[in-house]
Design a protein around this ligand. Structure first.
Ligand code: F6P
Length: 308
């Protein structure tokens, strides 16, 4: 997100426009916590995780009174357009605000879940998935040395992107994701089959939104059915949301930040910047909000072939 903030601020400066940072998202907009930014104030942040502007969930922005206050504050600062970075919740808020106050607005998709329609990638997803792969590699050393079955849980409340792709890249035996209908019995069968072969260790990557239970629950269920396996669990959780972004995410965020500013100058409004086939695209909020970024079924197929 920092790389995106930097890109927006510097693109504004390049086109001779002023830019302001709104602290803690919509909360800061309501409280008037707004700071002037310039090309130098966003130096030395491209390599940092998190966001210098901080983030918050805002219940007040869901109310007409909250949005009215926010509008008054941005009016006071003379702000003429908004760029918001975030996921579903951020977009819904900005869309509503646009409908009411008609401030030109553009969103940039930033979520590790990669679950936003209208873009092949969201900012943060690549970094989170690489972190998950690194963790899986490290866990594999213990799994292999001790012949253990590991359940590794990654983030993804409604989305299996991190799980499926870190699982393939990390060589996991299977991935349990919210979008798939694998039952517990099918999972157990697969583990049993592997246990009967020469395969000595097994890694199962579980998305937190799995329909048949998270890593802890699945480990418990397997242990209840058999004491054959030596089972361990690792929940990666928020570890995946921090740390220096990958080259891919920095580049994606830089491109999207510039595209957001240029889009506003071109009169684009109430849209989200996305990337499709490596080209910048703009999609209306209405279109995006109707869809979910579906998991690539081809990844599921590949994962099954490689589980042999
Ligand atoms: O929405 C992105 C996400 O990473 C989810 O996968 C996860 O459930 C959630 O954020 C965690 O959010 P919080 O830190 O607010 O608990």
């Amino acid at each position: 997100m920092n790389a995106a903030i930097r890109a927006v601020v510097r693109a504004c400066a390049y086109y001779k426009k002023e830019s302001y940072g709104i602290m803690r998202g919509y909360e800061g907009m309501i409280e008037g916590d707004i700071v002037k930014l310039g090309p130098r104030s966003v130096g030395n942040i491209i390599q940092r995780g998190g966001t210098i502007l901080k983030s918050a969930r805002s219940d007040a922005f869901r109310t007409p009174e909250g949005r009215k206050k926010a509008y008054q504050n941005i009016q006071k600062e003379g702000i003429e357009a908004l760029v918001a970075i975030g996921g579903d919740g951020t977009f819904t808020g900005l869309h509503k605000f646009y409908e009411e106050y008609k401030i030109p607005s553009i969103c940039i998709p930033g979520t590790i879940d990669n679950d936003i329609a209208g873009t092949d990638y969201t900012i943060g997803y690549d970094t989170a998935t690489n972190t998950a792969v690194e963790a899986i590699d490290r866990i594999r050393d213990t799994a292999l040395s001790h012949n253990r079955l590991f359940f590794i849980e990654v983030m993804g409340r409604n989305s299996g992107y991190i799980a499926i792709n870190s699982g393939i890249a990390g060589g996991a035996v299977t991935m349990i994701i919210p979008e798939d209908d694998t039952t517990f019995d099918q999972l157990y069968e697969l583990l049993e089959e592997n246990g009967n072969t020469t395969k000595k260790s097994n890694l199962v990557v579980v998305a937190e939104g799995s329909k048949i239970g998270g890593a802890i629950e699945l480990a418990k269920k397997v242990a209840e059915r058999s004491n054959y396996f030596d089972i361990k669990v690792t929940v990666l959780g928020h570890l995946l949301r921090g740390g220096p972004p990958t080259y891919f995410d920095r580049l994606l965020a830089s491109r999207m930040g510039v595209a957001a500013v240029e889009g506003l100058f071109e009169g684009k409004n109430d849209v989200m910047v996305g990337i499709k086939d490596n080209k910048i695209v703009y999609n209306s909020f209405d279109t995006i909000m109707q869809y979910h970024h579906e998991i690539d079924r081809e990844s599921l197929r590949i994962a099954k072939i490689l589980a042999i």
